[in-house]
Design a protein around this ligand. Structure first.
Ligand SMILES: [Cu+2]
Length: 515
């Protein structure tokens, strides 16, 4: 007798983290890709009709590339010592925990909206979930998943647990108010003052589970919540998907739990501001300067320049199509894909030539009607670009498949824009948002999104590295600090101010456009 999942777990940890395994560049085998027993014929994708239901999102929550991304993220950013090293955490792990899951929620809500589902409702400890969660027979008949059971509906949290979680929440809120993290044994005098650069990181650590000695005061809230849902209504060794990062996102309750977690993290970020006017690089990018096309070339005339300005305006972007197809991999309920596309971005210099300008371009999208809610902005890409000392203007074309948020395709990153500007380091190759889910589904009639390109000064904010695989934005890189010194999610990480005046997202964009 052996426990298959323990062996798989040990092997994956060894391959992802151990220096010996990494020196041989061993790849993690896909341990779940056994042939599916699924009868494809029964899975014809018929658009659902009637009142929107949670199960309409099953194709998204069970997308194998997404399940893998989340699973590997937690393999990389673990709560205990990294094998083969003395390190307990990777650089800015707490902050990245908060940011990566926040982005999952922004994408989840965008996807829900396209089906007419409300934004995800944060979990409250006294809630009772009337739905439960069932990954389907194909999942449960597989010997790979013999320990897992569907989560039964209608079971409340034990009241003793509710009290513990309320205490932890109170302690965390007090820490935010006082601006100090402390252990319960005050005489040991171990304190950390929030409000300095590492705050976002500590806020993530105390809420996830990785705050070490501070856990006696603040608990290990995120992990313990998973544990409670993970055994809710079951006996013995049996567990629900929530018990393990390999499968947790299959359960809709995962997102309700994480919305609660994210709201708590936000209570801290809400007390801060991000000033956008102070260190803006001297370049101009206006609303006519961004076009998306399925072609690799910008529209005719887009690059024309005369009398020190762009010659033509009023270009329109191509309509981007998504498709929801039959499941392709094990335990899926459908597969969302989209057209390949390219961003074409015109940037011109403000002031005289003579100095080289190092720029960081950050691309985000948000459903148009939620554009003033900074938490709805979805990171699409982030990359570096240099405007040469003699250049007054440039047109930058960037492929969607080079995005910094996706699990990159190593064979396709040989012509990446950033190659001359960066050192190539090893990424966490199995970790990254699935390319097939890069675009939200949208609706049959099309859905209006805004796209923002935000340019900041690369000499201030960036380590000059790239990786050919994995996602630098969501997963970082091996043996390197996180490649962006700004707070993760910048410029949407906190409320925004321009010249000291706090303002809504769209207003701040107008101000910056007209600088
Ligand atoms: Cu997670």
């Amino acid at each position: 007798r052996y426990n298959r999942s323990v062996i798989q777990y040990a092997l994956k940890i060894f391959l992802v983290h151990h220096t010996l395994a990494r020196s041989y560049r061993l790849k993690v085998p896909d341990l779940t890709d056994a042939p599916s027993t699924m009868d494809m014929a029964t899975h014809a994708m018929v658009p659902p009709i009637g009142e929107p239901e949670e199960i309409w999102m099953d194709y998204w929550r069970h997308d194998k590339n997404f399940v893998d991304h989340h699973s590997y993220w937690h393999f990389v950013y673990r709560g205990s010592v990294i094998p083969g090293t003395d390190a307990v955490h990777l650089d800015r792990q707490g902050e990245l925990f908060g940011y990566m899951h926040k982005q999952m929620l922004a994408r989840y809500d965008a996807e829900r909206e396209s089906w007419g589902l409300d934004p995800v409702d944060p979990w409250e400890f006294t809630d009772v979930d009337p739905l439960g969660s069932d990954a389907g027979d194909d999942f449960h008949l597989s010997p790979l998943n013999s320990n897992f059971r569907p989560r039964p509906a209608g079971i409340p949290w034990p009241s003793s647990q509710i009290r513990r979680f309320q205490d932890w929440t109170d302690n965390i809120r007090r820490a935010f108010e006082e601006g100090i993290l402390q252990t319960t044994r005050r005489e040991r005098g171990i304190q950390i003052r929030l409000g300095e650069n590492s705050s976002a990181n500590w806020v993530g650590h105390i809420i996830e589970a990785t705050s070490g000695i501070f856990a006696d005061n603040y608990g290990r809230m995120h992990n313990r919540g998973h544990g409670i849902f993970g055994s809710l209504g079951l006996q013995g060794d049996l567990q629900t998907y929530m018990a393990h990062a390999d499968h947790a996102i299959r359960d809709h309750i995962f997102f309700r739990w994480h919305k609660f977690i994210d709201n708590l993290i936000e209570e801290y970020h809400q007390t801060r501001t991000t000033e956008l006017a102070v260190d803006a690089p001297p370049v101009i990018i206006g609303e006519n300067d961004i076009v998306i096309s399925t072609s690799e070339n910008p529209p005719n005339g887009f690059s024309d320049w005369s009398s020190n300005q762009w010659s033509n305006n009023n270009f329109s972007s191509d309509l981007l199509k998504t498709a929801l197809d039959l499941p392709q991999q094990l335990f899926e309920w459908g597969k969302l894909t989209h057209d390949q596309f390219n961003y074409h971005i015109r940037v011109r210099r403000r002031g005289n030539t003579g100095t080289e300008l190092r720029l960081t371009l950050r691309i985000y999208i948000a459903p148009a009607q939620h554009a003033n809610d900074r938490r709805r902005w979805i990171e699409m890409d982030k990359f570096r670009y240099v405007l040469g000392a003699t250049e007054t203007h440039t047109v930058i074309t960037r492929r969607d498949r080079h995005s910094s948020v996706i699990r990159r395709f190593p064979e396709e990153t040989t012509d990446d824009l950033e190659i001359p500007l960066t050192t190539t380091v090893d990424g966490f190759c199995e970790c990254g948002w699935p390319y097939n889910l890069l675009l939200p589904r949208g609706t049959r009639d099309g859905e209006r999104y805004l796209l923002a390109v935000f340019i900041s000064d690369n000499t201030i904010d960036s380590l000059r590295i790239r990786s050919r695989c994995g996602s630098l934005s969501y997963c970082g890189a091996q043996d390197s600090r996180y490649p962006d010194r700004r707070q993760m999610g910048y410029p949407f990480a906190t409320p925004i101010s321009v010249n000291g005046q706090e303002m809504e997202v769209l207003e701040s964009m107008n101000r910056l456009d007209n600088f």
